[in-house]
Design a protein around this ligand. Sequence first.
Ligand code: ATP
Ligand code: HSE
Length: 318
Amino acid sequence: MSVYTTLSQADMEALLAQFDLGELLSFKGIEAGIENTNYFVTSQQQACVLTVFEHHQSDEVREFVRFALHLGSKGLLVPAPIADRQGQWLHTVHGKPAILCPLLQGHHISAPGDDHCYAIGAALANLHLAAADLAQERTDPRGFDWWQSMHASLGQSLSSDEQNLLADEVAHQRQQRAQWHELPQGWIHSDLFHDNALFVDNEQGAEVGAILDLYNACQGPWLYDLAIVANDWCCAANGQWHDGLVEALKAGYQSVRPFTDAEQAGWSLVLRAAALRFWLSRLLTQQLQQQQGGEMALQKDPAEYRDKLLLRRQSNNA
Ligand SMILES: Nc1ncnc2c1ncn2[C@@H]1O[C@H](COP(=O)(O)OP(=O)(O)OP(=O)(O)O)[C@@H](O)[C@H]1O
Ligand SMILES: N[C@@H](CCO)C(=O)O
């Protein structure tokens, strides 16, 4: 986690008093996650999660909630906020946008197996199709233009090998823009790491209970979204694939939506792009955390994604 914005008992009571949820019983900062502040909040009537957005403005939060409500209307289990007595779900806490969502059921998987990868692949394809009729109004703030700007701004803080790697990969991605734009696009989750999914136990095997953290959702190639999953769920921290997991992930996805020819040809490109994106975003988060501090601030190592990028480039050239 992270708790960047520390809330007092009085803060929490004042917030909860606006809702029809009964009295506050307890609250506790959540350790998982690195972008936002999250608290488990238990009232007399409901167990909830409070998210305080550290980097997003209210307009962006409205977009995430539009996405969540749309997915919810199609039967997907995602966090959608609870409205207060005035019908308002968007609140301000310490000057930052905040929402209160029901606590969703399920548990995190620490070491995904092929059954989890198959299930999350199918769930991601369902998410893509469920959002296909939702107007697309959020371009990716961590997309190609941002990779280029990070290349320009990060230069001095990287080793010369890392600078060369970054320059070369950005150039490669630039050359492949036409191939990128041939990939089917739509709303993507954009951050479906295994700490953003909850599973429920069931006799048939692994079942996705909920998909969390829609706070990077934007437009992008559907295959890129799957590559983000693969780079986190299907390999070791150094990027080495675990046997059978990518195959299970792709099979699960294609059980719902088969790949187009462009997607069959584009896997290596999106794997590299997904590794690049999280190398850069972890470097940025590291810088922000150094400036911002934060009680319980969880660290995620940028070098893991640098190493994943190096491996994905090798297998591309093989
Ligand atoms: N509605 C919910 N129901 C159950 N658990 C939740 C819910 N929302 C958040 N959590 C828990 O809080 C954790 C952190 O939430 P979340 O991933 O949204 O935070 P974040 O800071 O945005 O994370 P990230 O670093 O992945 O962007 C989740 O991994 C999950 O364990
Ligand atoms: N899931 C991201 C953090 C939130 O975007 C990472 O592991 O770098």
